[in-house]
Ligand binder design. Structure first.
Ligand SMILES: Cc1cc2nc3c(=O)[nH]c(=O)nc-3n(C[C@H](O)[C@H](O)[C@H](O)COP(=O)(O)OP(=O)(O)OC[C@H]3O[C@@H](n4cnc5c(N)ncnc54)[C@H](O)[C@@H]3O)c2cc1C
Ligand code: SF4
Ligand code: SF4
Ligand code: SF4
Length: 487
């Protein structure tokens, strides 16, 4: 083969792969945001090697754009640190279905009612003698209550999602102690992971229980919330939680319904409820219950339907037989919008890059030796020469009018890790400073955020925010005004 022909064939195959990969949303911007800026890039240079408009910048040890990026996503998809393989994103599975209930008793399932329909099938066929489900606590509205259900009637009553941690494993252990032999266990991915660990890890307890067989039915899960704080917020907004008949998270919004099949009485964006999220969910990377026998969620199938992944032989057998015996209607794998599932799974997987959150200790000046490390005066020449024209930090503010807390967010945008940082915040009144607060931090990674809640007496005013580092002296100084949001 001539050199020219060899080159042409190479070009052809490379073009072919490029075209195949084109159209993905993953691009250079995401590579920089998720991998380079978070500091997890291994500097392997693969991204630069596969793209003609990317080169390796030896000065910054980063890929650098030298031409127009088309957003083809090839760099992102070759990087060893990105998670792009479907199996990595959602675990192994044998097949999938879009499913919905086919039994009249299931009228108010969360989505397609597939979970309770499969449980009903398992009871009717005498394949289980108990199921671990989560009900709404009758004494405390919308608090989850894990329960051992032993009849189809109880199963059907468990329909619907409660977006809070449920102690399902406690109920499972109780069922095993009560001598139930074949148990279906329904839980969020974290619940399933607990059971899977107990069943398969070397020190796992459930390995030694020969008496009980456990079928793991996992629910997809993106977040859960702390009921104490979330419901207090709902009540502050005038919602009588005892009148709510359904809660649902859909397309980034949390909806509250009083009547099924009508419009929600209130909807919130998930972002606005972030502070009520259970802290463990910020560290969770499993969307689809990867260790379950059957995983069931809503994303990827239309309204009133479920996306179902059968992961084990047993799981597949159960779904197929439940469909054959008329408990559920199933559409084949191709009917799932897999990209929607993969997109959400990826959002969850990338949270592992952000596990850099740390507590910041804030002291009132004068209480301790808090001035240590803080440089007053203008931004130093050393800092200017190092930073050049780059922005060192970006500052965000959000005034909580109810608590009188001014929430400030300082993000490291300088492109490298800042070490031994002191941030100083003071109220400025008639050119005098009042109520100075100091926060110290050992390091702030690129694009990591430092969050500070600064208390203010009045809802209108100006604060001075200054940041210095031990090495460069003062690197940031800005006065910002705050005022109540316009209604
Ligand atoms: C906290 C949470 C977050 C979720 N997030 C997503 C998401 O981001 N994307 C997505 O596609 N799907 C998510 N789901 C799954 C979705 O809400 C439905 O549970 C799933 O689609 C099954 O619907 P279904 O109609 O078959 O459920 P149903 O047939 O109504 O059955 C629901 C089953 O869920 C169980 N259950 C309810 N609350 C809990 C709980 N807190 N812990 C354990 N088990 C519970 C009940 O025991 C019942 O058996 C989430 C579920 C929960 C509980
Ligand atoms: S054009 Fe180059 S830099 Fe832009 S997304 Fe494609 S491979 Fe990445
Ligand atoms: S391919 Fe990924 S890990 Fe390798 S240099 Fe590029 S961004 Fe870094
Ligand atoms: S996000 Fe993760 S930790 Fe939180 S409830 Fe869901 S599975 Fe559990």
């Amino acid at each position: 083969m001539t050199e020219e022909k060899e080159k042409q064939e190479y070009d052809y195959s490379f073009d072919y792969i490029s075209r195949k990969l084109e159209g993905k949303k993953d691009s250079y911007g995401m590579l920089m945001k998720e991998i380079v800026r978070t500091g997890i890039c291994t500097q392997c240079g693969t991204c630069a090697a596969v793209c003609s408009v990317l080169e390796w910048d030896h000065a910054t040890s980063q890929p650098k754009l030298i031409g127009k990026c088309t957003g083809c996503g090839i760099c992102y998809n070759q990087c060893p640190r990105t998670i792009t393989d479907p199996i990595e994103l959602m675990g192994e599975f044998k097949t999938g279905y879009s499913a919905r209930t086919n039994i009249p008793e299931v009228i108010d399932g969360q989505d397609g009612g597939t979970v309770v329909s499969i449980l009903s099938y398992l009871f009717d066929e005498h394949l289980i003698d108990a199921a671990i489900v989560t009900m709404k606590n009758p004494k405390k509205p919308w608090y989850p209550m894990a329960k051992i259900a032993t009849s189809k009637e109880e199963i059907i009553k468990s329909a619907g999602s409660v977006y809070a941690h449920s102690q399902t494993v406690e109920a499972l252990m109780e069922a095993i102690r009560k001598d139930f032999r074949s148990i279906a266990f329904v839980g969020t991915p974290c619940n399933i992971n607990a059971v899977d660990k107990m069943m398969s890890s070397p020190a796992g307890m459930l390995k030694y229980f020969m008496r009980a067989h456990i079928l793991k039915i996992g629910l997809f899960c993106m977040d859960s919330f702390s009921p104490e704080t979330l419901y207090a917020r709902f009540e502050k907004d005038g919602i009588d939680i005892s009148k709510i008949t359904k809660m649902d998270i859909n397309k980034g919004k949390f909806h509250l319904y009083e009547t099924l099949n009508s419009d929600p009485v209130k909807s919130y964006t998930i972002a606005s409820l972030h502070r009520y999220k259970s802290s463990s969910c910020n560290f969770c990377t499993d969307l689809t219950a990867e260790k379950a026998d059957i995983s069931i969620g809503s994303v990827g199938s239309g309204p009133g339907k479920n996306t179902v992944f059968a992961r084990t032989g047993l799981g597949t057998e159960i779904v197929e037989d439940a469909a054959k015996k008329g408990y559920i209607n199933v559409d084949p794998f191709e009917s799932i919008n897999l990209n929607a599932v993969l997109f959400l799974a990826k959002l969850k997987k990338v949270t592992q890059y952000n596990i850099q959150k740390r507590k910041v200790f804030i002291l009132k000046e004068g209480e301790e030796t808090t001035k240590k490390g803080f440089e007053s005066g203008p931004i130093t020449d050393k800092a200017k020469s190092l930073i050049g024209t780059r922005k060192t930090l970006s500052l965000g503010k959000d005034l909580n009018e109810k608590t009188h807390i001014l929430n400030l967010t300082l993000t490291n945008t300088v492109g490298f890790t800042l070490e031994n940082i002191t941030a100083r915040i003071a109220l400025v009144e008639d050119v005098f400073e009042k109520n100075p607060w100091v926060a110290t931090l050992k390091e702030l990674f690129p694009f990591e955020e430092l969050e500070i809640g600064y208390p203010v007496e009045n809802l209108e005013g100006t604060v001075l925010v200054e940041v210095s580092t031990e090495e460069y002296g003062k690197i940031f100084s800005r006065s910002i005004k705050f005022a109540p949001a316009e209604k």
